[in-house]
Design a protein around this ligand. Sequence first.
Ligand code: PHE
Length: 443
Amino acid sequence: MAGGPREQWTSRRGFVLAAIGSAVGLGNMWRFSYLAAENGGAAFVILYLAVTLLVGLPVLLAELVLGRGSQKSPIQALTHYGGRLWKPLGLVFVSAGFLILSYYAVIAGWALRYGLAAIASGFDPNAAERFGEVASGWDAFGYHLAFMAFTVFVVVRGVSRGIERTSMLLMPMLFALVVGLAVYAATLDGASAGYTYYLAADFSKLRSLDALKDAAGQAFFSLSLGMGAMLTFASYLGRDVNLPRASVIIAGADISIAFIAGLVVFPMIFALGLSADVSASTVGALFITLPKAFAEMGCVGRVVGVLFFVALIVGALTSAISLLEVVVSSTMDGLGWSRRRAGVLLGIAIAALGAPSAWSTEILGAVDQVANNILLLGGGFALSIFVGWVMAGPIEEAREGAASFAWFGSWRTLLRYAVPAFLFFVLVYDAIPSTFRTIADLF
Ligand code: PHE
């Protein structure tokens, strides 16, 4: 057995930074701003804020309450409050962590590769060709393995010595980098065209329910919700921490970084007249359009580009850590494995599972779709039902360390009715054939 008392964070700040580290990642640095630009700019930002506040935040608090209340990883937390019937849901969470990390580390591997290549020899102006070489095959697999090795290294060192220390060191650096890059981007000629493209409000785009689905999927992915990552982190917390406040800080930081990243990306692209390249809608655009911009900016571009990729890698690493921690901590709690054994063996298994994604960007995209739109949103649905209806005393648990919080009643009401109804709709809407969808879009 992995004996001894449960590991704990050494400071509240450490926990909050680790949770923000989980939230801020590849999802923030590109996907948010891209979705905003596609879906009506500021109109989408407002919709996203509403979804995060009314749906994301309640589920985030639910995860924190479940984790801290049970002091257990997802499977045991659910059975602790709900009985054995809920074990399969815990297994789904752990599998989701497994699956998401398997392709997430592939994308992070691309970033690692770009960052190292830029330091050594700059950015290649033939970015599209270059991406073709980098994104799949043995090269992609190799960097994926390297990235997984970093992730395993941090997790094996433990909650406070590994995850907490890494986050305390890297997260402030990430904030500084992103803000610094946004300030630099503002000085470029053509920055305003970039801002306009990103933020010009077009409310007509919101008439399509696709925007709602995009906002929901992005909110859950970006806040690391629906598969027990936040739950697991909260299981290392003491009773004195104010969970509602922590959830607001985590969500606020996540949204801010996503928003600011858009202020970095679009001005740079527009300053170089590369706007036509933006519409290639895959994650590849991050690895094609921006590197092309960096290449065209010469020496300065090389420095700025390296800093950008460093930020991307840092964000990805602190997110990957939380994904692996869900799997590792569940295996430690459930099978009594040591942290080292769980980290190394599961890390190898996840790295192997990533091989198809490393070989084909189509497979990667397909896995991402399933994880994002089904596993996380479905997981959020189940979590809201669980904490809203099944768990005994969620309000009492949330109140520990937060006596003055006045919103508990509305929190539970949201979890009971509005959140599951909304998520159910979004999930089912996705399965409705497109002819009916057009009709639905009329409303
Ligand atoms: N939130 C991370 C990002 O935006 C991804 C993630 C999802 C991490 C789910 C953990 C759990 O990149």
